[in-house]
Design a binder for this molecule. Sequence first.
Ligand code: CA
Ligand code: CA
Length: 107
Amino acid sequence: MTQLLGDGKGIFVGASRSYSAGRRPFGVVLSDLNGDNLDDAVVSDSELGEIRLFINKGGALSVTQTLKVGQQLRGMGVADFNGDGRADVVVTDSADDKVVVLIGKCH
Ligand SMILES: [Ca+2]
Ligand SMILES: [Ca+2]
């Protein structure tokens, strides 16, 4: 996964940063998962069946959690599914034709 920082005017500034995101990263969603007003990233891996949570540390991302949640993960989304004010993650698993919902506990 590669990160490019923007200047707020539609221009990317500075050097890009790359992060290891598993063996076959497939989907990514951005959302503030820990309530610090900085968008974080969640990446699904279609080969390992894992999601990786990258917390935004003021512009640089740091992997804080890797979870095995399926077999062949694909697209993802973020919403507050249970209404507790915390972001939750939904990810599709094409191996089992199912959707996995992960309830967030950050904040
Ligand atoms: Ca955040
Ligand atoms: Ca929630």
